[in-house]
Design a binder for this molecule. Structure first.
Ligand code: GLC
Length: 401
């Protein structure tokens, strides 16, 4: 099969998958991550869906991003926050005390997705529609999630990272080698606790709850700020563009200076205790342009080693780690959205061959197993929900996005 046929087949399968998971709530449309388990809308999932849809249906890509900002918090201390979950038909009450949205966020990729869409001829009005909400969102991060003012925002719940049950969060959750069930229960309890503290990051940290400056999250934020600066420039707001560029630069510097050295880490709690549990998260620093040349070379070398570069790369927990759980949710599986972030970072730094190899193995994984939520890094077996929308991101990898 030549690559034109191969990509045409992949394109068709990606479109069928996304259409199967389409949800219409007039006048809005979004894509659920998967049937039954994931009926609602998730923030970073929708960004990945939009990035895929830019090749298939730019109007739908725009709708995906517009729907995700509809439940942005309009007033109060968290004004500007964009929720990690939108419950278009209600159902959030039990967990969050609010029917239609959660009270936490997720990796900020909306400006990145909007820029990628604009580059493929997305609807011209979209940038103007997203700009103010995204400015308010990033202002919220600076105001509410950086209590120590070091340009690194803190997560107050593992759900915000998108890496729900990763071993890197165990200690900060007060867990020691937990069972999947124990870890799940702890996340639910923390969700209830957040409300008692009105989601105040500083107060939660003081009280000893989860408070983590995460390397991948802050790198993604740097990329999103950079994209926001681009949006501002496109809309003719030169001074604001310079402001967002400066913010991006400050975050890049903070990640490079404090989370990539002395060695890659996340920082936990008000006293910034290093979390050294090894994971693939540091590779995402490349996505945000946060590494200097030496740091980038070290990351690139580590990525190519057997612990991470498994038969189906990339294991999110390295294979030689005692916590490696290849079939356990977020404890060592392959997640194709994470592969996409790393692939883009590799390209950004000029590691074109490794980026191409990662794209090829990711596409091969979907061809081997189908569109699963996550995969076994050695056998390639699919796990979790099926068919899962964000695994269509391999189409963007194939088409050179
Ligand atoms: C799981 C993942 C999270 C994702 C959600 C929907 O909770 O951990 O990152 O956004 O599913 O796919």
């Amino acid at each position: 099969m030549d690559s034109a046929d191969r990509w045409a087949g992949l394109r068709q399968r990606a479109l069928a998958l996304l259409q199967q998971n389409l949800v219409v709530v007039p006048p809005h449309r979004y894509t659920r991550p998967a049937p039954s388990v994931y009926e609602h809308q998730w923030l970073w999932d929708s960004c990945f869906h939009a990035i895929v849809y830019r090749w298939l249906d730019p109007a739908m890509a725009a709708d995906e991003l517009l729907s995700v900002v509809q439940h942005q918090v309009a007033a109060g201390p968290d004004e500007g926050m964009i929720p990690h979950m939108t419950y278009w038909r209600g159902g959030g009450e039990a967990l969050w005390g609010i029917a239609e949205r959660s009270v936490i966020t997720q990796p900020p990729l909306i400006a990145v997705a909007a820029r990628l869409l604009a580059e493929r001829g997305g609807p011209p009005a979209l940038l103007g529609q997203l700009y103010e909400p995204l400015c308010a969102y990033h202002a919220w991060f600076d105001r509410r999630r950086d209590p120590d003012g070091d340009d690194l925002v803190a997560l107050i719940h593992p759900w915000e990272s998108g890496w729900d049950a990763a071993p890197r969060w165990d200690a900060a959750m007060g867990l020691d080698r937990p069972s999947d069930e124990a870890s799940r229960v702890a996340r639910k309890e923390l969700a209830a606790t957040l409300r008692r503290y009105a989601c105040d990051a500083a107060a939660l940290a003081e009280a000893g709850f989860f408070h983590v400056e995460a390397i991948d999250y802050n790198a993604i934020r740097a990329a999103d700020l950079e994209a926001l600066a681009w949006l501002a420039a496109e809309l003719g707001h030169a001074a604001e563009s310079a402001h967002w560029s400066a913010r991006a630069q400050a975050v890049r510097r903070a990640v490079g200076g404090r989370l990539l050295q002395p060695g890659p880490r996340d920082l936990a709690g008000p006293d910034e205790t290093p979390i050294t549990a090894p994971s693939a998260a540091p590779f995402v620093a490349l996505f945000g342009g946060c590494a200097d040349a030496e740091q980038a070379d070290a990351l690139h070398a580590a990525l190519g080693g057997a612990p991470f570069w498994t038969p189906y790369p990339i294991a999110t927990t390295p294979r030689d780690d005692p916590d490696f759980g290849p079939d356990r949710y977020w404890r060592g599986n392959v997640w194709l959205n994470v592969n996409w972030l790393i692939m883009r970072g590799l390209r950004r730094y000029g590691y074109a061959q490794t980026a191409a190899a990662l794209a090829e193995r990711s596409i091969a994984l979907v061809e081997h197993a189908g569109f699963w939520e996550y995969y076994h890094p050695i056998s390639g077996q699919g796990y979790g929900s099926f068919p899962h929308s964000w695994s269509a991101i391999v189409l963007d990898m194939a088409l050179g996005g």
